[in-house]
Design a protein around this ligand. Structure first.
Ligand SMILES: [Zn+2]
Length: 277
């Protein structure tokens, strides 16, 4: 069933587990992720991100994701990840997304607050939720995360108070994409932020972290983890093997869906959300 972010994140925060956001660009990834959640009886967040729109047109993918969520036997939040512009966030809400992330982290802190507050006002009026970001989770390809881009507890408190966001992405040392160096997570910072606010906290750039990193960050208060790169790696490897084995297009497609489903299942088990639906 179609769910809201708070329906799944508040119990997760209380129960010390996390719910995965799995980004998708097509119905193959979508089917794989929902199948994994249903098999493990886990709530799930399915999304697509603004940077992925060249690979999966929003008005085309949105009705599929919403239909899949509605008919699923577990709670499914439909989340628009890293909305970079006001217009796209509003478009996602109009298309029926139950949750949007507005990423104003590249703007000045003041602009980020003002724009996020405006999105929150619109989303809440429509019964949807908003995730914001303070500090900046950068790209793994761009090198290690800069310390000055890390979220501070005071920034988190001020940002939540000023904007009314329902969930907050924090920068504690992770980055998006494939890591070149093993990321160094600032767990002390996460503990301090967790102690300062009640809002569910979100970890971006989860692909490539060790199982221990996940257990630790979830234990210390992360309630939502974003995964995309690991699904692409699993799907691409399955396709490579299928081509090498001389399989047909449809056989390769099925192998890809199975591989992505396995990758999602592993994360659900690791995050502790299995059996929580
Ligand atoms: Zn992200």
């Amino acid at each position: 069933m179609l769910a809201h972010l708070n329906d799944v994140l508040l119990p997760a925060q209380k129960g010390h587990y996390a719910v995965g956001l799995f980004n998708t660009t097509d119905t193959d990834m979508l089917q794989a992720a929902i199948q994994a959640a249903e098999q493990l009886r886990s709530p799930i967040i399915i999304g697509t991100a603004e940077v992925l729109l060249p690979y999966g047109d929003l008005p085309l993918i949105a009705p599929s994701v919403i239909a899949a969520a509605q008919r699923a036997s577990v709670p499914v939040v439909v989340h628009y990840d890293h909305g970079l512009t006001f217009e796209r966030c509003v478009q996602a809400l109009r298309l029926g997304f139950t949750s949007v992330m507005f990423d104003g982290s590249a703007a000045s802190p003041q602009e980020n607050v003002e724009q996020t507050r405006e999105i929150v006002r619109i989303a809440h009026a429509l019964g949807a939720t908003v995730e914001g970001e303070i500090g900046h989770v950068g790209e793994a390809a761009g090198g290690d995360a800069a310390q000055d881009a890390y979220t501070t507890p005071q920034q988190a408190v001020d940002f939540i108070r000023a904007t009314g966001v329902d969930a907050l992405a924090v920068a504690i040392g992770t980055a998006h994409g494939v890591y070149k160096h093993k990321p160094k997570l600032d767990i002390g910072r996460l503990q301090a932020i967790r102690a300062a606010v009640n809002t569910p906290l979100v970890l971006h750039g989860g692909s490539g972290l060790s199982d221990d990193d996940f257990r630790r960050t979830i234990q210390e208060g992360i309630a939502k983890v974003n995964i995309f790169t690991d699904l692409c790696l699993a799907g691409a490897e399955a396709m490579r093997q299928g081509i090498q084995a001389g399989l047909s297009y449809l056989e390769i497609r099925n192998k890809k869906v199975e591989a992505i489903c396995r990758a999602v299942s592993e994360k659900i088990a690791l995050f502790g959300s299995a059996g929580k639906a």
